[in-house]
Design a protein around this ligand. Sequence first.
Ligand code: GLC
Length: 701
Amino acid sequence: MSKQKKSENEGQVEARVDALLKKMSLEEKVGQLNQVGGAAFSPGPAAEDQIRKGGAGSVLWLNDTKKFNELQKIAIEESPSGIPLLFALDVIHGYHTIFPVPLAMAASWDPKVPEKSQSVAAKEARAAGLHWTFGPMLDICRDARWGRIVEGAGEDPYLASAMAAAQVRGFQGDDVSDSERVLACAKHFAGYGYSDGGRDYDPVYLSESQLRNTVLPPFKAAVDVGVETFMSAYMDLNDVPATGNRFLLRKVLRDEWGFDGFVVSDAFAVANMVIQGHAKDRREAALRGLKSGMNMDMSSYTYTDNAAQLVEEGSLTEAEIDELVRPILTVKAKMGLFEKPYVDETLLDKVIALPEHRATSRWSAQRSMVLLRNEGGLLPLSKDVKKVAVLGPVADSMQATEGSWMVFGHTPAAVTVLQGIRAKLPNAEVTYASGPEIRRDIPSWFENLMAGQERKPEQTPAESEAAFQSALETAKAADQIIMVLGETDIMAGEAASRASLDLPGRQEELLKAVVALGKPVFLVLLNGRPLSINWAAENIPAILEAWEPGTEGGNAVADILFGDANPGGKLPVTFPRKGSHAPLYYARNTTHSPEDSPMYNPRYWDGLPVPLYPFGFGLSYTTFEFSNLKISSEKIKLGESLTVAVEVTNTGKLAGDEVAQLYIHQKHGTDTRPMRELKGFERITPATWRKEDCDLQTRQR
Ligand code: GLC
């Protein structure tokens, strides 16, 4: 859209919002600040009644196209001002077609992966009648014990910023009036990934240096590409809940960054400020939220119950309420909801049937996978194999393959690793045994909430042993074994932190027993966080990190195992050797005792916290050579930039991708800085150069 056209539109939108605010009652304005839960577990009056009286601006936790139109009709035709609703849901990595989890997409080191994936997710979600997704999640995390590490882009602010911008572009496109886009939501603002001990919801203490240099950059990257909404975090940040934190919501977000969209709280978080001891009652919680610039109350009804009274008693002015309502009305007008509030109920079936959606999911999954080990070049495997055993508790699990954060009402439909391998080897005998089941010691409160996550009865010790022996028997009868181990979908994600990073249950025991049979064993990991697979790293020659790869995950795993795709992903997060080494990350300050100095002092006397696999690590089926490093100038001043160029040559026999990574090191400064910091990267496919095949080295910078 031309600049001139855009500013005309902005003028029209502003005039519409001004006119609306003039005629709306105070109760209606407060209604726009209220997000109503559409699910059984959300409190408060029925959504219909609340909407009819103009007491709701948005509805979440509902995934029903027909119901969306019914509620929208009430809002448009029966509420006092007929303001359309925003329908919102957590479409984190796919609506119907599921893509790799965001941590996996970050492992592609290719912003096109999240951008293309989230644009498909947006198209499907919008066709379902949704307007707004609660993504991307931008929390930097350096403690793999934190379950929500799966939802972010790992430990590095530079990589995470690139992924943040790409996801927002994918969801929103460049014009939110596009009927195939949804509003994005930069969350959880801010610092949530630093919860003490990786314990979800626990307090966070961050210095201004950590905030400015590590935690905030991905959020700023989202603002820079026009993200329309933010979501505040649950936890206390430096003893002030993020929900009522003026430093975050006013000073940084609005005063410094000029953000002009709106902020929604996390679930019930406005009311929770009473529990956190930041408000003596719900009235004060409402006041703190409103004063701090928290526009919308997610499903706690704290604003609805108190805001009008706060204005009447003079604790708040109606002008302050207007200031909070304005961006909500503005975004509804920008989306064209006043003109087109309803969704075509025949659209979704057509959209989700588009073949390119699953093709994009398979492509994303292939590019997200990381080859951790390939001793002797055993991978890719030959397709001529006769008898393959596929073993492990997640080898045929659709839930584990699609992973954490499915949307309400989604029925898992992934191609599992077992199914992908069977499809790849139609002439082979591909046998399967799950081995003993794996489960959380403490159930997730998400269980029984989502389709396919009903908590099943626990396997008895006898059943577990029988499953163990059956897996061994299956292995004995095969020529080679592919072990598929890792975590179930609810072992990572929200309320899914754990103290250990080991393979849960008896998986390692089974792996050792299978290896003891003396046959070729290969390992595929399905997991939502780094795992301390120390024994496997020493004893299994080929290991593929497949993460939680989505609807086409099994096919993508088979593509890579059998050579139809060459893995090119790199780790977006450090893999520690044990949970107690966390937080562990590459960008550590040099200190007076760095590893390469005579002054080096081992940080623990009971074992060095050396990463099992470092940030940025990943192998390929081919090899690469970097040469002719050039920089455009020896010196630059503050604020200037320089160009670094390097030649990358594929020195092997297979085409493949390499990720050129640029790190800087500060020798000295008023603040000490990490030994190295990522400041550039590019995933490239150097032209293949076979020494014996051609006399001209075709190289790509
Ligand atoms: C959850 C999460 C948040 C999500 C919200 C709405 O508790 O913290 O990420 O978007 O509630 O479902």
